[in-house]
Design a protein around this ligand. Structure first.
Ligand code: NAI
Length: 242
């Protein structure tokens, strides 16, 4: 058990999730990163978190598996006894034109980006309600706000996440729990490394792709400083869609 506040970040071993974990550790949080596959990346991230002075560990579970999620959250509670910040960050893309989109690719994206947020938030909200405090940040996307051709599955999942954010914000405010979403634009991570983004900077008013750190700063703001903000979607996209 510890006096420090605890953050749980799904898909936290790399990319945006890792950047969020490091940013929250710098702000004085103890951090649990959830991951599903890469033991080495998870161990490396935990080592970096510890270097920042955080108590940290990695919780290996698949966010699309309700039972595994419940066991993972129970493990966090056994170790730390509370959860103050939840970042529902895990996500995948399976892009393709709708005409050719398989049910498998539709369901995988909805399960990983949207249903997972239900599976993880469900036990965590109960914990936060008992604490009468907490902050949940859902990782949406500008695709969920504006739609994107070739991403019907992903846009639907992220739009669903935004709807969930707003409903939960209304439901949980009286319990001291704030729920917000971040909608990133194009961020340099493994998710976007194979996209043909040449020249995209020209269409971004701030003239660059985003870094994972840009999203992490917004997450930290919503987690720590945004005491009078709930139910909002913060676009972090360099002005791409205004
Ligand atoms: P990434 O691919 O590096 O990170 C995604 C993380 O989610 C990985 O660590 C992956 O292992 C984890 N994950 C996937 N399925 C999982 C499962 N079943 N259980 C547990 N963890 C799982 O990509 P990135 O960019 O860091 O993505 C993070 C979030 O940001 C995602 O929700 C993504 O949709 C969102 N996002 C990213 C944008 C970008 O341009 N990179 C733009 C808009 C949103």
């Amino acid at each position: 058990m510890t006096d420090k506040k605890i953050a749980l970040i799904t898909g936290g071993s790399r990319g945006i999730g890792k950047a969020c974990a490091l940013e929250l550790a710098k702000a004085g949080y103890n951090v649990v990163i959830n991951y599903v596959g890469n033991d080495e990346a998870a161990a490396q991230t935990v080592a970096e978190l510890k270097e920042l002075g955080a108590e940290a560990y990695s919780a290996k579970f698949d966010v699309t598996n309700k039972e595994a999620v419940e066991a993972g959250v129970a493990e966090v509670m056994a170790k730390f006894g509370r959860i103050d910040v939840l970042v529902n960050n895990a996500g995948i893309t399976r892009d393709g034109l709708f005409m050719r989109m398989s049910a498998e690719n539709w369901e995988a994206v909805i399960n990983t980006n949207l249903n997972s947020a239900y599976y993880v938030s469900s036990p965590v909200v109960k914990i936060m309600m008992k604490q009468r405090s907490g902050a949940i940040i859902n990782m949406a996307s500008i695709s969920g706000v504006f739609g994107n051709a070739g991403q019907a599955n992903y846009s639907a999942a992220k739009a669903g996440l935004i709807g969930m954010t707003k409903a939960l914000a209304k439901e949980l405010a009286s319990r001291g729990i704030r729920v917000n979403a971040v909608a990133p634009g194009f961020i340099k991570t493994d998710m976007t490394k194979d996209l043909k983004l040449d020249g995209i900077e020209e269409h971004i008013p701030l003239k660059r792709l985003g870094e994972a750190q840009d999203i992490a700063k917004a997450v930290k703001f919503l987690a720590l400083d945004a005491e009078y903000i709930t139910g909002q979607v913060l676009q972090v996209d360099g002005g791409l869609v205004i």
